[in-house]
Design a protein around this ligand. Structure first.
Ligand code: SAM
Length: 367
C-alpha cells in the first residue's frame, strides 16, 4: 500500500533518495502548510532537496488561501543610478566607472508616475542608488505630488536616518523596500565595505515602528552563502515581521569584485519563495526582475511558487538599460503598453486576476 502511494506520488519528489526522505519531506511541508513555522535545520534541508514540486504546490495553495488570486502591479521608476556605496555585487557601486550615470528630473519622475496611473497602476515604487544629490526634502516633494494622484507610494532609496524616514512618512510614503541582502552579519560586512549590518537592521526596525509597510529580502547564491544562511534569512524575515519579501538570484556583474563568481541558482530562488510564502502566508511577494532575467518563464514560475506581485518598469526607456545592477536587466525595452499587456496576459493565463486595489498587506495570521 505504501509502495503504491510512493509510486503514484514520486513525481513530486525528484532527487530524493529513499522512502524515509520522502516521508520526512511530506511531514515538513505539512508542518509548514498548517503551522507556518519550521526550524532552521529543517528549512536548510528543504533548500537542499533537488527539486520539490510538493513544496511549490503547497506554497501555491497557501498563497490562494491567504492572499487570493490577485496579482498586484507596482509601477517601478528607477530615478537615479548614482550611488555612494560600494556593495561588491552591484553594478551601480560608486567605484564602477564602466557605466553611464543618470539622474531623472523631479518633473520626469512625476510624469512617469502619471503615466503609470493612466495604465491603472495603484502603486508607484521609487527606487535609486544611494544618491545624496536628492535631499530628503526633494524626495518629500516628489512623494507629495505622487500621493495627489491617489496611489500608494513605495520608496527604495537605501539607508537613511530615523528622522529622514519620519519626514518621508509624513510626506505620504506608505511602504519602503530595503533588503537585508543576507542576514549573516559576517557575510554582510564582507560584501558591504564601510557599511554596518547593525545599521541595516536598525533601518528595518525604524521603518516598521514608523508604520511603513516594510519590505526586505535577500540575494540568493552569493559567494560563501550556505543553505543554513538562507534558512536564517527566512527566519529573520519572520522575526522582523516583514510585510513584503523580494528575493532574486545573485547575477555576477562586470565592473564589480564579484564579476567572475558563479551566479545564483534559479531553483533555490523558487524554493526560497515557496518557503517564504509558507512561513509568512499573508505577505506580499513580487517575482523579481532578476528571476525574470535568469529563468526561462521566470515570471510564470515565480507566480506558481507563492508570488502575488509584479513590478513593471514604468521609467524612461533610455535610462532602463543604464540602471545596470546586473547584466541582462533592461535588455528588452518594450513599449509600456506592450509590457503591461504581456503581464496581464500571463496573469490571466495562470488563472489569476490583476489586483484592483492598493494591495497592501492584510494581516490574517496572528503573530
Ligand atoms: N539603494 C537601494 C537599496 O540599497 O536598497 C535600492 C537599489 S539596489 C540597486 C536594489 C537591489 O538590487 C539590491 O537590494 C540588491 O539586492 C539588488 N542587486 C544589486 N546587485 C545585484 C546583482 N548583481 N544581482 C542581483 N541583484 C542585485
Amino acid at each position: 500500500m505504501i509502495h503504491k502511494q510512493y509510486g503514484a506520488r514520486r513525481k513530486g519528489y525528484k532527487g530524493l533518495e529513499n522512502m524515509k526522505d520522502i516521508l520526512k519531506l511530506d511531514m515538513l511541508v505539512n508542518t509548514l502548510e498548517n503551522e507556518h513555522e519550521l526550524d532552521k535545520n529543517s528549512l536548510a534541508e528543504l533548500l537542499e532537496c533537488k527539486d520539490v514540486p510538493i513544496l511549490y504546490t503547497a506554497a501555491d495553495r497557501v498563497r490562494k488561501k491567504f492572499v487570493g488570486d490577485d496579482v498586484y502591479l507596482r509601477g517601478l521608476i528607477e530615478f537615479s543610478n548614482f550611488c555612494c556605496r560600494t556593495c561588491f555585487y552591484c553594478g551601480l557601486r560608486a567605484a564602477n566607472s564602466g557605466i553611464k550615470r543618470y539622474r531623472m528630473e523631479p518633473g520626469e519622475v512625476i510624469e512617469c508616475a502619471a503615466n503609470a496611473v493612466k495604465y491603472g497602476l495603484k502603486t508607484i515604487v521609487l527606487q535609486s542608488g544611494e544618491d545624496k544629490f536628492f535631499t530628503v526634502n526633494d524626495l518629500c516633494k516628489i512623494v507629495d505630488k505622487i500621493k495627489d494622484m491617489g496611489t500608494a507610494v513605495t520608496l527604495s532609496v537605501g539607508e537613511l536616518s530615523r528622522n529622514d524616514y519620519t519626514a518621508l512618512k509624513h510626506a505620504g510614503a506608505d511602504r519602503y523596500l530595503l533588503r537585508i541582502e543576507t542576514s549573516n552579519e559576517k557575510l554582510y560586512e564582507s560584501l558591504h565595505p564601510r557599511m554596518s549590518y547593525k545599521n541595516r537592521v536598525r533601518c528595518l526596525y525604524d521603518l516598521k515602528e514608523l508604520g511603513y509597510e516594510t519590505g526586505t529580502g535577500c540575494l540568493i547564491g552569493l559567494p560563501g552563502q550556505t543553505p543554513e544562511m538562507l534558512a536564517e534569512d527566512l527566519l529573520f524575515f519572520k522575526k522582523i515581521d516583514a510585510d513584503m519579501i523580494g528575493m532574486g538570484p545573485f547575477i555576477p556583474c562586470k565592473g564589480t569584485p564579484l564579476e567572475y563568481e558563479a551566479e545564483g541558482n534559479v531553483e533555490t530562488v523558487l524554493k526560497m519563495m515557496a518557503l517564504a510564502r509558507l512561513l509568512m502566508p499573508d505577505i506580499n511577494m513580487p517575482v523579481t526582475t532578476a528571476l525574470g532575467v535568469k529563468a526561462d518563464d521566470g515570471y510564470r514560475k515565480g507566480l506558481g511558487c507563492g508570488a502575488n506581485v509584479i513590478m513593471p518598469n514604468m521609467g524612461i526607456d533610455d535610462y532602463k538599460k543604464l540602471y545596470a545592477i546586473y547584466p541582462g536587466k533592461g535588455d528588452k525595452v518594450e513599449t509600456l503598453e506592450n509590457q503591461i499587456n504581456v503581464i496581464k496576459c500571463l496573469i490571466s493565463k495562470e488563472g489569476r486576476v490583476v489586483g484592483k486595489h492598493f494591495g497592501g498587506r492584510i494581516r490574517t495570521v496572528k503573530i
